[in-house]
Design a binder for this molecule. Structure first.
Ligand SMILES: [Zn+2]
Length: 75
């Protein structure tokens, strides 16, 4: 006869330590912030009257809903 109760094991939870160097974290955070600010500027700068590519409304129309969502004046 085998003793089954002796073979059962209780699963233990082990935590995994995540090593995140501060220099890498700062690099990722600053890079993300710069890209977000560039996207924010790109969405807001194109008014049509002084568009990036001259008298072209393509960028304005492409990001039109995003402009309204972010509160830029439009029309
Ligand atoms: Zn609009």
């Amino acid at each position: 006869m085998s003793n089954l109760s002796a073979q059962t094991t209780v699963p233990t939870t082990t935590s995994t330590t995540i090593v995140l160097p501060v220099s890498k974290a700062v690099l990722w955070l600053v890079g993300t912030a710069v890209l977000a600010l560039l996207a924010y500027y790109f969405i807001g700068v194109d008014q049509g009257a002084y568009s990036i590519f001259g008298k072209d409304m393509h960028i304005h129309e492409f990001v039109h809903d995003a402009r309204h969502f972010l509160g830029f004046p439009c029309h």
